[in-house]
Design a protein around this ligand. Structure first.
Ligand SMILES: Cc1ncc(COP(=O)(O)O)c(C=O)c1O
Length: 279
C-alpha cells in the first residue's frame, strides 16, 4: 500500500520511524480515523477539525487541513480505493528529538503519517448485537483529546476479548462514560441518553451524526450522565463509531439488555445512518 509520510507518498513497507520520535517514546501525538464509502470521505471536515483541536490542546503546531484533504484523496486514488469502502488513518506526532520530557526545539517538524486500508467485512454481530463488559475508567482527565496514548483502552479492549465480549465500556465514579473505541448511548423511556461531550469522553463524530438523526427522527435526546446503577433500567443500549457505525448492545457482563435483541430505536438509527452515508 502507498502511504504518506512527511511530505512524500511512499510504499508503507519502506517507511522508517525514528526511535527518537516522540510518538514512539512518549505517545506524544494525535490521530484520526476516517471512513470512506466508495471513495467518499464521510464527515472529513468534522474529523479534521477535531484533529486540529487535538493538536491545539496539546500545543502542537497546526497543520494545513486542506493539504490533509488532498493527501486523503490521493491515497484513495493511488491505492485504487476510489470504489471501495476503506478507512484512512492520520497520525501526527511532536516529531523527532533527543528524549527529554519538555517540548523539543520549536523548529522540530512534526511527524505526519497517513495511510489507507480496505475495510474488512463487518462481524455479523454488529447487526445482531454485541456483548460488552463494564470496566473502571482508568484514563486521564483529557479523554476529549484524540491522543495516541491509548494504553487503558488497549487493556480494557483486551479484557473484553478475553471475556468473550466485543467492547469494554468505561465507568468513572459510577458514571458510564464511553467504550474503549466507541461512544455509548442508552435509551430510557424512549429518549436517547449519552454522556455530555466534556473532558471525560471523546466527542465522537458518529455520536454527533446520531444526535442530529435523533432530531430528524423525533427521538428526544439527553446529554447527561448515565449512572451505572440505573443501566439495567435502559430498554436499549448501543455503541457508535466511525468503523462500526451504530451497533446494538444486547448483553452487559452477565445480563441481557431488554429481551436480548436489538431494540427499535437502535434499529431505526442504524437504518437512518445507513441511508445518510449512502447519499
Ligand atoms: C474513546 C473513543 N470514543 C469514541 C469513539 C468514536 O468516535 P468516532 O465516532 O469519531 O469514530 C472513538 C473512536 O475511535 C474512541 O476511540
Amino acid at each position: 500500500m502507498i502511504a504518506y509520510f512527511n511530505g512524500q507518498y511512499v510504499s508503507k513497507e519502506n517507511i522508517k520511524i525514528s526511535p527518537d520520535d516522540r510518538g514512539f517514546l512518549f505517545g506524544d501525538g494525535v490521530y484520526e480515523v476516517i471512513r470512506s464509502y466508495g471513495g467518499r470521505l464521510f464527515k472529513i471536515d468534522d474529523h479534521l477539525s477535531r484533529l486540529s483541536r487535538s493538536l491545539g490542546e496539546l500545543r502542537m503546531a497546526p497543520v494545513s487541513l486542506s493539504h490533509l484533504k488532498t493527501v486523503a484523496d490521493q491515497l484513495l486514488h493511488r491505492n485504487n480505493l476510489e470504489n471501495e469502502d476503506a478507512t484512512l488513518y492520520i497520525q501526527i506526532t511532536r516529531g523527532v528529538a533527543p528524549r527529554k520530557h519538555p517540548f523539543p526545539d520549536p523548529e522540530t517538524s512534526p511527524t505526519v503519517y497517513v495511510s489507507a486500508s480496505v475495510l474488512q467485512p463487518s462481524p455479523a454481530e454488529w447487526a445482531s448485537g454485541i456483548a460488552v463488559i463494564l470496566v473502571p475508567d482508568l484514563r486521564w482527565g483529557r479523554c476529549d483529546i484524540k491522543s495516541v496514548g491509548l494504553l487503558p483502552n488497549v487493556l480494557a479492549s483486551q479484557q473484553a476479548k478475553e471475556q468473550g465480549a466485543s467492547e469494554a465500556v468505561f465507568v468513572r465514579d459510577g458514571v458510564i462514560t464511553e467504550g474503549s473505541h466507541t461512544s455509548f448511548c442508552a435509551v430510557f423511556d424512549g429518549a436517547l441518553v449519552t454522556h455530555p461531550a466534556n473532558h471525560h469522553i471523546l466527542a465522537g463524530v458518529t455520536r454527533s451524526v446520531v444526535l442530529d438523526l435523533c432530531v430528524t427522527l423525533g427521538i428526544s435526546v439527553r446529554e447527561s450522565p448515565i449512572l451505572e446503577r440505573t443501566l439495567k433500567g435502559a430498554s436499549e443500549l448501543m455503541v457508535l463509531g466511525t468503523t462500526s457505525e451504530v451497533v446494538p448492545v444486547v448483553r452487559v457482563d452477565d445480563w441481557d439488555v431488554g429481551d436480548g435483541n436489538p431494540g427499535p430505536i437502535t434499529s431505526k438509527l442504524k437504518q437512518a445512518f445507513g441511508d445518510l452515508r449512502a447519499v
